[in-house]
Design a binder for this molecule. Structure first.
Ligand code: ZN
Ligand code: ZN
Length: 194
């Protein structure tokens, strides 16, 4: 597997976006100069897990399916995911579940995607769907359907969701010294070849 590593320019931007200090993740082997961490670019496509379950429509009291994203295979692990977490996600959900579509959200005064009742067509507020999800989150079997949806990340999202990966193990051979050596250089050092 080849690692997709940020260019120097991209890494600068990534540090700016997240307020990461220049000296964080910047330690290198004092002898060969290899980095302890590389900043890995997020993949082009991620798998988003969505759940579909039944909810009572607040308008007609009928039972309607609702859909919500619950997980994504991306590090760092998300505490919670919203369909706005990725720009291309709402459209992708809508293609799979047509009852998830553009509606007018009065409370926010915007047109946006949301769940609608399959009988009366009324918008089912995001907040109510999220509340309901929290109720069933610990009983996954109550979700009628669990499906993975592939979502393409935008170039900016790939940068945003980039993250440090430890690629080198550094040794600190001398007490009180800041010098650190990678495995290879440490071997040379212990064999007194440097
Ligand atoms: Zn080294
Ligand atoms: Zn309804």
């Amino acid at each position: 597997m080849t690692l997709d590593i940020l260019s120097a320019e991209e890494e600068k931007l990534w540090r700016q976006i997240h307020g990461i200090k220049p000296w964080d993740y910047d330690e290198t082997c004092s002898y060969c100069g290899k980095r302890e961490y590389e900043i890995l670019k997020a993949p082009e496509t991620v798998d988003v897990m969505v759940w579909v379950w039944n909810m009572k429509c607040y308008g007609c009291n009928d039972i309607t399916p609702v859909v919500w994203p619950v997980n994504v295979d991306l590090e760092p692990i998300f505490e919670s995911i919203h369909f706005h977490s990725f720009e291309n996600l709402p459209q992708k959900i809508s293609e799979a579940y047509p009852f998830f579509k553009k509606v007018f959200k009065k409370t926010k005064n915007v047109e946006d995607f949301g769940n609608t009742c399959t009988y009366c067509g009324r918008y089912q507020g995001d907040w109510f769907v999220m509340e309901d999800y929290l109720e069933i989150a610990y009983t996954p079997e109550s979700a009628q359907e669990q499906r993975t949806i592939k979502v393409d990340l935008t170039p900016y999202e790939r940068l945003w969701y980039s993250g440090p990966k430890k690629v080198l193990n550094l040794h600190h051979p001398r007490k009180g010294s800041f010098a650190s050596l990678c495995d290879d250089c440490y071997r040379l050092y212990t064999q007194k070849k440097m």
